[in-house]
Design a protein around this ligand. Sequence first.
Ligand code: DP6
Length: 418
Amino acid sequence: MAAPEGQWVLMATGRSPTNIAVIKYWGKRDEALILPVNDSISVTLDPGHLSATTTVAVSPSFPSDRMWLNGKEISLSGGRFQSCLREIRKRACEFEDEKKGIKIKKEDWEKLHVHIASYNNFPTAAGLASSAAGFACLVFTLGKLMNVKEDYGELSSIARQGSGSACRSLYGGFVKWCMGKRDDGSDSLAVQLADETHWNDLVIIIAVVSSKQKETSSTSGMRDTVETSPLLQYRAQTVVPSRVLKMEEAIKNQDFESFAKLTCADSNQFHAVCLDTSPPIFYMNDTSHRIISLVEKWNQSEGTPQVAYTFDAGPNAVLIARNRKTAAVLLQKLLYYFPPQDKDLSSYLVGDKSILGDAGLHSIEDVEALPAPPEMKIQDQKFKGDVSYFICSRLGTGPKVVADENQALIDSVTGLPK
Ligand code: DP6
């Protein structure tokens, strides 16, 4: 039996990962289309630890487009949401579900309103590229709902118009955002360099650094950099093009030494162009600097890099260890300087908690008994409270449909968030 006219709600749910750039995107050549001044390369993080889940629904009974983020209604009137909705609607295809009595013709999609509910499995305020996962998920899931036939490359160029870095979250593993040359942005899209199984020794530890400071958003920060930093031109035109080639080689050959050197150098140059901006932008703080120094000294004492660090538009450190063994040693060194404030070790390290066992850290007493890292000069000072918590993760897959209706964020009868 066909559903009575206007009574049905059609839904799709998807989940998309976040990503962290190892060659940074910073600066646009076109603000409206979000076209960058250089290519960038990222690693996609395991969606089990850091991802956005989004349910999108359509029904003839919805009077307007609406969106809820982490349970709170937010405005969809912004140009970036509107670009993504418009571009997906343009590519929508006919859909029919005979059992439910739903038939949507290509031209009908323009008239149907959507309800969108999205949820991040990590704190939005932690400054961990939540907009990348969010826009990638929105575009991916809308594409599924509206029966869009385009490939992921094309979807990535739509997600790019939501937030630049979002285009890289359409794929798992190692991803390159090719800046493109065309004025309409049609060739500015993401490609996968290698999937997450290609180099699966890598372990990622994120230090979520405590900060009371309100940070400059990426969007306005990079606008100021483009307008005022002479160093940015040199970076975009001279440094990044050759660095991208070397990074692709390093990834292909699983050459950790080269991968780590390039990653650290590019993070440092990104923060240098921030400092070269007028007025200067400071994203890292003393804790970030301490973590850099810890990694640099350790890498130097080993004679070859064990860990790479990279920092985005905030003080959090993303540390990439060459394998599990080095990740466990890294964790010991980090916890020596940044012990938890309370006795609960298991809420101080989230994600893949099994790394604690690898590091021999089963209780707070084990942390207190850790020896000082021998390569460090400052050994007696500790910085309790300067790191809010750690996340242990690895490389992960691209967006996926969530088929289990119980996990949908919208009620299939009311069309409202559950
Ligand atoms: C430092 O993608 O957040 O994380 O395109 O204006 O939305 P908009 O900016 P966004 O910038 C990310 C900048 C970065 C580096 C990177 O991810 O490449």
